[in-house]
Design a protein around this ligand. Structure first.
Ligand code: SAM
Length: 236
């Protein structure tokens, strides 16, 4: 269902990262970055893409320990307060325990998402060249993963239904208006969803019978949409 272009994927996820970490300098900095990028040989592109692929897998793998570290830090700070101040927040520690449990649950799902990712693309295999040991992920990558998790709620949970109705339904209504099912065979109508994210809109369009293709270049999105569209059998 999804198309993607090789080479561009690594640029996309890391392009923002490089720009975010660039020194102030605006266009000039971005200009020199573009020039650097164009000089890469195909072999170098290939190597960087493979590296990027494993970097994103690593981010999925170390989410749980990242959250636990943050929660432990919050707990240490809480315990360093005088008892009288701790007593003002009686639920603080039980909330932290709840967050730990949720993080463990999220980690189980994230692990399922990245299992078998190495052979999810028809035109490319990312063999595991010893990329086994998790290393701490960058803040940038971890933030992207957290927003991917939030996007799951909007796109694929019952709780996200009202938001989906506001953002996707108007598009679906337009498609139904321009290509009414009683006047054409919807499977003859081909629709592209550019930047399809977690694939919900593309899925909805396909459920109406239209031929739909989504394209996406972020590995965060590609891993996650592959999981939700191709590998799970029940909702929520
Ligand atoms: C603002 S997000 C929207 C995602 C999705 N449509 C949604 O509503 O949740 C834009 C998406 O487009 C993807 N994207 C941006 N430029 C792209 C390109 N040139 N090719 C493929 N995907 C692209 C990004 O990775 C991102 O997932």
């Amino acid at each position: 269902m999804f198309t993607h272009s090789r080479g561009q994927r690594r640029r996309r996820d890391s392009e923002e990262s490089e720009r975010n970490h660039a020194e102030p300098g605006g266009d000039l900095e971005f200009g020199s970055y573009t020039a650097r990028r164009q000089r890469k040989s195909p072999e170098e592109e290939e190597r960087l893409e493979r590296e990027h692929f494993w970097k994103i897998i690593n981010t999925f793998t170390c989410y749980g320990s990242h959250i636990h570290e943050r929660v432990n830090r919050a707990e240490r700070q809480f315990l360093s307060l005088p008892k009288s101040q701790q007593n003002m927040m009686p639920n603080f520690q039980s909330n932290l325990d709840r967050i730990r449990k949720c993080a463990d649950h999220n980690q189980e799902i994230l692990q399922l998402i990245v299992n078998d990712c190495t052979c999810m693309f028809e035109n490319k295999e990312y063999s595991n060249n010893g990329h086994n040991k998790p290393t701490p992920a960058s803040t940038f990558d971890m933030d992207k993963l957290k927003s991917t998790i939030k996007q799951f709620v909007r796109d694929w949970s019952e709780e996200g239904k009202s938001e989906r109705e506001v953002c996707y339904q108007p598009i679906i209504n337009e498609i139904l208006k321009y290509f009414p099912k009683d006047k054409c065979d919807p499977s003859d109508i081909t629709i592209l969803v550019p930047g399809a994210g977690l694939g919900r809109l593309a899925w909805e369009i396909a459920m109406h019978g239209y031929s739909c293709q989504g394209n996406e270049w972020s590995f965060f999105m590609l891993f996650s949409s592959n999981f939700v569209l191709n590998r799970i059998a029940r909702s929520s």
